[in-house]
Design a protein around this ligand. Structure first.
Ligand SMILES: *Cc1c(COP(=O)(O)O)cnc(C)c1O
Length: 372
């Protein structure tokens, strides 16, 4: 078969189009003359976030990275403490562990999902384990019931890195609200985007207070250590405007995803990544898997058709293959290796035209035979 003509590249980034409205919101914030991280705008943004996620305590922070570092710190998962983390965790989920001085302990994931394999999880718990961290990559959910059952027996707190999972539903409840702490990012590429930014969620008053102190210079009393991880008023103003749009954003993603799913139903070798009944992805990206073979030829053929993949964009691979995390390698995680080889992502964001969604759907049918 001859190579298809080069087709225009489909953007993997959603560009917000309410520029006029958002300029007004930012102008109003500027007129308020208070631009720091302790303004009324920031408080209002935190209240809106608490209401969206349905949690008691919400901190708007400077990044997802800051939120993860804060979570590890307030749970004392620092200086030599072990943190259980799936081998499929991406670099930004892992770097805060190194910042905190914690030791990543790689756990295999399930055969068909990016959560923990609970048997391996149990096996890797030691007296030094201080926390476990899950990452619903691309907003794809997995059940946390068995994971929490194991962790609760050992009183190990769960941190959710829900940086890609705004609005993802796990057994009917939002991702980020299952763990002792939920961490989200509002970086420019994320579903809720403030340029740079992060969110810290918890139901625990003590953890919330410690997080507040840690992210605000320890209260500047000189008694408690802290750093500066606050969001600024302009970012919060943008977040406040955009959180009002998030449900519409999520609905359009689901509509686009339903067209892609319809095409996959006609494929023999490609399918959507599985998720349990009662769960719902937020469609940060649409994830496909092969039923057997490697995904590499499919990724290449999609690229020829102008359809980008997060796997190649970020050089996604099992964490212990990255030079930085190789020293923490203990044993291979076969499920994680197989899963990563067999998946890829395609864009599904609300900025896609109908023609672009159809182009992706059509490409699935064309490349299906490569996945055999
Ligand atoms: C984006 C992201 C982060 C880091 O968030 P920043 O706001 O960029 O610091 C961490 N973990 C995951 C899974 C992410 O997608």
């Amino acid at each position: 078969m001859s190579a298809p003509h080069a087709q225009p590249l489909i953007s993997d980034k959603f560009l917000h189009t309410n520029v006029q409205k958002e300029a007004e919101v930012l102008a109003a914030a500027l007129a308020g003359k208070q631009l720091s991280g302790t303004s009324e705008v920031v408080s209002a943004y935190e209240t809106a976030l608490a209401s969206f996620f349905g949690v008691r305590y919400t901190l708007a922070l400077s990044s997802g990275t800051a939120s993860l570092h804060t979570a590890l710190t307030v749970l004392d998962a620092t200086n030599g403490a072990e943190v259980l983390i799936p081998a499929t965790a991406p670099v930004p989920s892992l770097l805060p562990l190194l910042t905190a001085g914690a030791i990543p302990v790689f756990v295999d994931c399930g055969q068909d999902h990016l959560g923990f394999d609970e048997e391996d999880l149990q096996r890797k718990i030691t007296p030094r384990t201080r926390a476990a961290l899950v990452v619903p990559m691309w907003g794809y959910p997995f059940s946390l019931e068995k994971t929490l059952h194991v962790l609760n027996q050992y009183h190990i707190p769960l941190i959710e890195d829900a940086c890609q999972a705004h609005g993802t539903l796990i057994d009917g409840r939002k991702a980020g609200t299952w763990g002792r702490i939920g961490c989200l990012s509002t970086h420019d590429r994320k579903i809720l985007a403030t340029g740079e930014g992060g969110i810290f969620l918890t139901e625990d008053e003590d953890l919330a207070q410690r997080a507040r102190l840690f992210t605000q210079l320890g209260g500047m009393t000189g008694k408690v250590h802290g750093t500066k991880y606050m969001i600024s008023t302009l970012q919060a103003a943008l977040g406040l405007a955009r959180i009002a749009q998030i449900d519409a954003n999520l609905r359009q993603r689901e509509t686009n995803a339903s067209h892609l799913r319809a095409a996959l139903n006609q494929c023999l070798n490609l399918a959507e990544l599985d998720y349990p009944v009662g769960c719902m992805p937020n469609y940060y990206a649409f994830v496909i898997r092969t039923t057997g073979a490697e995904m590499a030829p499919v990724i290449e053929a999609l690229k020829e058709r102008g359809i980008p993949s997060d796997i190649t964009r970020y050089g996604y691979r099992v964490a212990y293959e990255c030079p930085l995390f190789r020293p923490f390698f203990r044993e291979r995680c076969p499920n994680a290796e197989r899963l990563i080889e067999g998946i890829t992502t395609v864009p599904v964001h609300p900025g896609l035209s109908e023609e672009e969604v159809q182009r992706i759907a059509h490409a699935f049918l064309e490349v299906d035979h490569l996945a055999r």
